[in-house]
Design a protein around this ligand. Structure first.
Ligand SMILES: [Zn+2]
Ligand SMILES: [Zn+2]
Ligand SMILES: [Zn+2]
Length: 175
C-alpha cells in the first residue's frame, strides 16, 4: 500500500478543510499515463490509464482549493515508499529507455506507459479530469512499461523503482 489508504482518503474528504470548511480539494498525484510513440517520438496526446485504487496509491498531497491549507502530504516515494523519494521522482527525468521499436515484432508504433505528475480537483464524490503539463522529457515523467499494439506488453521496469531509482523488488500495486 502507498502512503494514503482509501479509508484515510474518505475521512479527509468527509471532514473537508479544518481551517475554512472548504469542500473543494486539490490532489497532487503520480498517475499512470500512456503515450503513443512512433520510432521513439510521441505522436499523440497522453491518455490516463489508472483506476480508482491506483489513483489513491499515487496521491502525495491534498490541499484545500480555497485557503491552500495542507490536509495531507507524504514525502516518501509513492511507488516504493523509500524515505524522501518524492523529491527525486518530481525533480529527475525519465531514466528508463524509450524504445524506437517493439523489441518483439520490430514495429515502430508502441505505447509507452509511465508515471506522470498531475493535479486533480475533487469536490464531494466528483473528481475532475487530471491536469498535467508534464511531457515525456520533462522532470517527473517516469516510464515503466512498453505495450505493442500487436504483441501486448513487451517490456516492464521491475528491477528498480521507476520513480526514485531505489533497488527492487517492488511491491505490488493495487487495482
Ligand atoms: Zn480551507
Ligand atoms: Zn521509489
Ligand atoms: Zn510488437
Amino acid at each position: 500500500m502507498g502512503q494514503l489508504s482509501e479509508g484515510k482518503l474518505d475521512e479527509i474528504i468527509a471532514a473537508g478543510c479544518a481551517s475554512c470548511g472548504g469542500r473543494r480539494l486539490l490532489f497532487r498525484a503520480l498517475l499512470d499515463g500512456r503515450l503513443p510513440l512512433l520510432a521513439g517520438e510521441p505522436v499523440g496526446a497522453l491518455t490516463w490509464v489508472y483506476d480508482g485504487e491506483k489513483f489513491v496509491d499515487g496521491v502525495f498531497e491534498i490541499t484545500c482549493a480555497a485557503c491552500k491549507n495542507s490536509l495531507f502530504r507524504a514525502d516518501d516515494c509513492p511507488r516504493c515508499n523509500a524515505a524522501n523519494g518524492l523529491a527525486r521522482a518530481l525533480e529527475e527525468r525519465n531514466r528508463w529507455p524509450v524504445p524506437t521499436a517493439c523489441p518483439s515484432c520490430g514495429g515502430e508504433e508502441v505505447r509507452y506507459v509511465g508515471f506522470v505528475p498531475a493535479q486533480v480537483a475533487y469536490e464531494g464524490t466528483r473528481s475532475e479530469k487530471p491536469r498535467s503539463t508534464i511531457e515525456l522529457l520533462d522532470p517527473g515523467f517516469h516510464g515503466f512499461r512498453v505495450d505493442c499494439i500487436d504483441c501486448g506488453t513487451v517490456a516492464e521496469q521491475r528491477d528498480r523503482c521507476p520513480l526514485c531509482d531505489a533497488p527492487g523488488p517492488l511491491r505490488e500495486r493495487p487495482g
